[in-house]
Write a protein that binds this ligand. Structure first.
Ligand code: ADP
Ligand code: MG
Length: 358
């Protein structure tokens, strides 16, 4: 009984060990449930030949094995499922051609997802929604007056003759203003997370949208000593909710910026892949530990002193609304690439599909 496969076969998640060349060296019994293939029938074959689902194949096609990666894919084979796919690189490599370099773990999260949707009403999120929507809303107005009054006072102070007192007041006012603005952003984050999601797609030019997001963030990136490289190919116009995507993209950029406290390089890439768009933002910042990568979508999960832990949630909601996915590739100390993918739906099909378009 020292054959580990006995244990691996007892697990509910599909597990596949692959070689450097992406050849399946081992597959456990649960690949039958998750991928619809018999474990014995796929060992020795390239992984790409074993995947019968088009979407899954596309998602896994370009991923390497060098870093931890978690992604989610909607598949229609062997049945309609939502799979969470985790790629876990193996530490020990002995350089032999048939030695495993990574485990790929397929978890069926459809039930988790569908009940998660039902449960949202009672969940942490819904409680938060009720509580914070009220509080955040109430905070908004006084905060705005504080900021406005502080701005006015700052202007008045500037007109006073120079003195030590003036300098001190100006300094303190600057702190009041910047902290109130930070508070305002937190309140806005809470309100966004608390608001029920509305999905209003209209024909959008994604490249323009990306340019706009970069333009908004440019001063902040510049102040942080972060260089920007963008490779934005044109994407055919498609039905997208610009507001949702703008919020998501800005959050991705902001997280990347915050991961590079000493400055760095941010690379944004936009391309079309089949009927999907693929937008990636790469930073060479601090990266994520495995724990962070696992918990990143939990509401309020943050590793930052002044974070709210609501940004990723916003990104996730936006991508889910577009039937899209978020892929996160990260290495501690090296950096992170966040890739957003979603289908580019054309107007005609949407009008037929859309329940609102009556
Ligand atoms: P916040 O930014 O307020 O902390 P988010 O939901 O946006 O909340 O992100 C949650 C956590 O995910 C962050 O605290 C951080 O630890 C991690 N994270 C997100 N993006 C990156 C990134 N590009 N590099 C490193 N860590 C990241
Ligand atoms: Mg954030």
């Amino acid at each position: 009984m020292n054959d580990l496969s006995v244990f691996l076969n007892a697990l509910p998640d599909g597990i596949v060990a692959v070689s450097e060349q992406n050849v399946v060296l081992f597959a456990n019994a649960a690949v039958y449930d998750t991928l619809g293939v018999l474990p014995n029938s796929i060992t020795g074959l390239p992984l790409s030949d074993c995947l019968k689902d088009q979407n899954l194949m596309m998602q896994l096609d370009k991923t390497g094995h060098e870093s931890f990666l978690t992604l989610e894919a909607d598949v229609s084979y062997p049945r309609k499922l939502k799979l969470r796919i985790r790629i876990v690189p193996l530490q020990e490599k002995n350089g032999e051609i048939d030695s495993p370099v990574a485990l790929i773990i397929f978890t069926d999260v459809s039930r988790e997802m569908s009940t998660a949707e039902d449960r949202e009403r009672n969940s942490k999120l819904e409680t938060m929604r009720l509580l914070t929507a009220g509080v955040a809303h109430e905070l908004g107005n006084p905060l705005n007056s504080i900021i406005m009054k502080a701005d006015l006072t700052e202007r008045l102070v500037m007109k006073l003759p120079d003195s030590e007192t003036k300098e001190k007041i100006a300094k303190d006012l600057a702190v009041i203003i910047s902290e109130s603005e930070r508070l305002k952003r937190i309140v806005e984050d809470f309100l966004k997370a608390a608001r029920p999601l509305s999905f209003r797609p209209s024909e959008a030019d994604l490249r323009k949208l990306c340019e706009g997001c970069i333009a908004v963030m440019e001063p902040e990136l510049h102040a942080r000593d972060i260089a920007i490289q963008k490779y934005l190919s044109p994407v055919p116009p498609a039905l997208l909710d610009e507001d949702l995507l703008r919020g998501a993209i800005i959050n991705v950029i902001r997280n990347a910026a915050e991961a590079m406290p000493e400055g760095g390089l941010l690379i944004m890439r936009l391309e079309t892949e089949g009927d999907f768009f693929k937008l990636s933002v790469r930073d060479n910042g601090v990266g994520m530990t495995e724990e962070t990568a696992e918990r990143i979508f939990d509401p309020f999960y943050t590793t930052k002193q002044t974070g709210t832990g609501l940004g990723m949630l916003q990104i996730k909601r936006a991508m889910e609304a577009h039937s899209g996915t978020i892929e996160i590739k990260s290495r501690v100390g090296k950096g992170t690439t966040v890739t957003l993918k979603a289908p580019l739906r054309q107007s005609e099909t949407h009008v037929l599909d859309s329940p609102e378009a009556k």
